[in-house]
Design a protein around this ligand. Structure first.
Ligand SMILES: [Zn+2]
Length: 249
C-alpha cells in the first residue's frame, strides 16, 4: 500500500510484522460492534508515561554487606478498559555496596530492555533463578535456598510478576493445597505419637503450632523442586510439605 508523504519527515520507526498485529484494533473486522479504542500490547515503541506504578523489595543476603533494594515499575496499558494490562516496564537496583555496581547496572538495563520488548517476559525468572554462585548459596528465613544473589533477584521478579497477575502458581491449585495440608497433618500426628503418651489430639495441636512458627519440621531435607527445606520421610517416601512433591509420585 502506497502512502503519499506530504509533510516533512521528522522521525521514523521500522514496522515489524508483530507490531502490525499488535496495533490492529481488535474490533476493526467486526463491523457490527461499536468502534472501541485499540488494544495496546507491550512493544518497543510504547513510550514511557510520566508516572509508573511500582514496588520495591529488600534483599538481605549473607553474601552482601548491605541490603539491595529492587524496584520494579509497571506500565498500565488500556487503563480503565476490560483490556487493562499491567506489565513490568523497568527495574532498578540500589545498594550502598558499590563493589557490584557494574554487573548490577548491566543486569537491570538488560532486564528493562526485555520488559519493554513485550511478549512473554516471564522466562527471565527461570533464567535468573538458574544462576549458581560457585561459593555456594544461602538460606533465607523460612528455609528457602537461594543459589546466588542473581537467583534471589529472579525470585523477587517472580514475586512481583505473581503480585501483578502475570505468573500464576499452576501446581498450587485447591487439590494440591488440600493434599499438602493432609500430609502435613499426618506427619505432625505421627511425630506427636512418637514423642509423648499424652492424648494425640493435644500433642498434635502443640506440634502444629510449633512447626508453624518455625516454618517446616526441623531436620527436613531440601526439596529439589521448590528449593525449600521441607522434605520429610512419610511412609518410606520423601514428601515435600511445601510444594507437595513426592518421590513416589
Ligand atoms: Zn517442594
Amino acid at each position: 500500500m502506497a502512502i503519499k508523504i506530504d509533510k516533512k519527515i521528522t522521525g521514523y520507526n521500522v514496522v515489524k510484522p508483530e507490531d502490525k498485529v499488535a496495533a490492529t484494533p481488535v474490533t476493526a473486522a467486526a463491523s457490527k460492534e461499536p468502534p472501541t479504542a485499540e488494544v495496546i500490547q507491550m512493544h518497543e515503541s510504547v513510550e514511557r508515561p510520566e508516572t509508573l506504578v511500582g514496588s520495591t523489595f529488600k534483599i538481605k543476603s549473607p553474601l552482601f554487606e548491605h541490603a539491595l533494594y529492587v524496584t520494579i515499575n509497571d506500565i498500565v496499558l488500556n487503563a480503565g478498559t476490560k483490556h487493562e494490562l499491567r506489565r513490568p516496564f523497568e527495574i532498578f537496583i540500589n545498594s550502598k555496596n558499590m563493589d557490584h555496581f557494574q554487573w548490577i547496572v548491566a543486569l537491570t538495563r538488560i532486564l528493562s530492555a526485555v520488559f519493554r520488548k513485550g511478549g512473554d517476559v516471564t522466562f527471565v525468572v527461570e533464567e535468573l533463578k538458574a544462576v549458581f554462585d560457585p561459593r555456594g548459596g544461602y538460606f533465607k528465613a523460612g528455609g528457602v535456598y537461594m543459589s546466588s544473589i542473581v537467583a534471589e533477584i529472579g525470585s523477587v521478579v517472580e514475586q512481583h510478576m505473581k503480585n501483578i497477575g502475570l505468573i500464576h502458581d499452576p501446581e498450587m491449585d485447591e487439590a494440591t493445597r488440600k493434599l499438602i495440608a493432609e500430609k502435613r497433618a499426618a506427619y505432625e500426628q505421627a511425630g506427636a505419637k512418637k514423642n509423648s503418651d499424652v492424648s494425640v489430639a493435644a500433642a498434635a495441636a502443640t506440634a502444629s503450632s510449633d512447626t508453624e512458627s518455625s516454618g517446616f519440621p526441623p531436620g527436613a531435607a531440601m526439596c529439589a523442586k521448590c528449593n525449600t527445606q521441607a522434605l520429610v520421610l512419610m511412609d518410606g517416601c520423601q514428601t515435600c510439605l511445601n510444594c507437595g512433591y513426592s518421590k513416589c509420585g
